[in-house]
Ligand binder design. Structure first.
Ligand SMILES: Cc1cc2nc3c(=O)[nH]c(=O)nc-3n(C[C@H](O)[C@H](O)[C@H](O)COP(=O)(O)OP(=O)(O)OC[C@H]3O[C@@H](n4cnc5c(N)ncnc54)[C@H](O)[C@@H]3O)c2cc1C
Length: 292
């Protein structure tokens, strides 16, 4: 079912988990286990990322195929257009349509880190170009990315919102946000989007803290603010105690999710980083407390 159809068919918030394709055999074995554990939580959807420049083209397709074939779950296929020729975009999306996928998240993607990558001269510049390219060709329920704290390259938060609205005007039906560690960013973003006339559902992205190093690196890359509350909470943990950090990450994300659910978000979208323990702990607590 398309994501928008799920929302239209019921009033409860959706639960979705983001996965990325494994790059090594060890990671693939770990991903298998993660899928089993996450599927047991009966989410509404799982999503699969797509490496910009087509770097995970085959891996993303195979993972989507596996999820479609082996589980009952609905799937969101991400697609990043950075550097790709129009015919490559069509080839990937034809493949997704032929797998029976119905929901897509269209993003621009970041510049691939491999040396020597040369974008195709006809590649699309922005996600709004991708949305308008896809819309007349396919019947996917299509979403786009949004950034409560502003995209890291944005000229200004106003401009960023202007381009977000452009993506919606071109045919995006929902937005998944980048993660944030302070719900105030999300609430302010919702207000600003609604004031700008962006009416589509805005699904909050939640990233539990998995490791301090990962948190610092990713937040640096995407511009998410690591709040004082988060830093102080981590500093108070015993040094090197991974279990304490896991539990702290679950507790912190639980408090964020509880508040978001209370105000009536369309769902929770968890960035799993292909890990399952935090998602499992978080969802179990939310369900035990009747919040999800
Ligand atoms: C939920 C989510 C999922 C993601 N999944 C993936 C993934 O699977 N693969 C991947 O590679 N990356 C992924 N990303 C990261 C994303 O690709 C990067 O953040 C990327 O830098 C921007 O993508 P975008 O679609 O937001 O781009 P855009 O909407 O094109 O925006 C990019 C920047 O350009 C500006 N801009 C937009 N349009 C214009 C215009 N017409 N003129 C001037 N400036 C403009 C915007 O303000 C912004 O600063 C994801 C991000 C999120 C939040």
């Amino acid at each position: 079912m398309k994501l928008t159809e799920i929302w239209n068919s019921r009033s409860e918030p959706t639960l979705s988990f983001e996965l990325f394709p494994a790059k090594t055999e060890k990671a693939a074995a770990n991903l298998e286990k993660t899928i089993d554990k996450l599927a047991a939580l009966e989410p509404d959807l799982v999503s699969v990322t797509f490496g910009a420049g087509g770097s995970t083209r085959e891996g993303s397709h195979q993972l989507l195929k596996k999820l479609k074939g082996d589980t009952e779950l609905d799937v969101i296929a991400y697609f990043a257009c950075y550097g790709l020729a129009p015919e490559d975009i069509v080839a990937v999306l034809d493949g997704y349509r032929d797998l029976g996928l119905e929901t897509l998240l269209a993003v621009r993607g970041d510049i691939p880190r491999e040396e020597g990558f040369v974008p195709h001269p006809e590649s699309l510049r922005y996600a709004s170009d991708l949305v308008s390219f896809i819309r007349p060709l396919y019947d996917f329920c299509m979403g786009v990315a949004g950034y409560p704290e502003g995209h890291i390259e944005a000229q200004s938060t106003e401009k960023d919102l202007y381009y977000l609205k452009l993506k919606v005007d071109q045919g995006a039906e929902y937005i998944i946000t980048n993660y944030f560690y302070d719900n105030a960013f999300y609430f302010d973003y919702i207000d600003r989007c609604r004031n700008a006339g962006i009416e589509v559902p805005i699904l909050p992205g939640i990233m539990p803290v998995y490791s301090v190093k990962m948190m610092e690196i990713l937040a640096g890359l995407c511009g998410a603010t690591i709040t004082d509350e988060l830093r102080q909470g981590i500093e108070a943990l015993p040094d090197g105690d991974t279990n304490a950090l896991l539990n702290f990450g679950i507790e912190f994300a639980y408090r964020q999710c509880a508040e978001l659910l209370e105000v009536g978000v369309p769902g929770l979208h968890i960035y799993t980083m292909d890990r399952w323990k935090s998602s499992s702990g978080l969802v179990t607590r939310l369900r035990d407390d009747g919040l999800l």
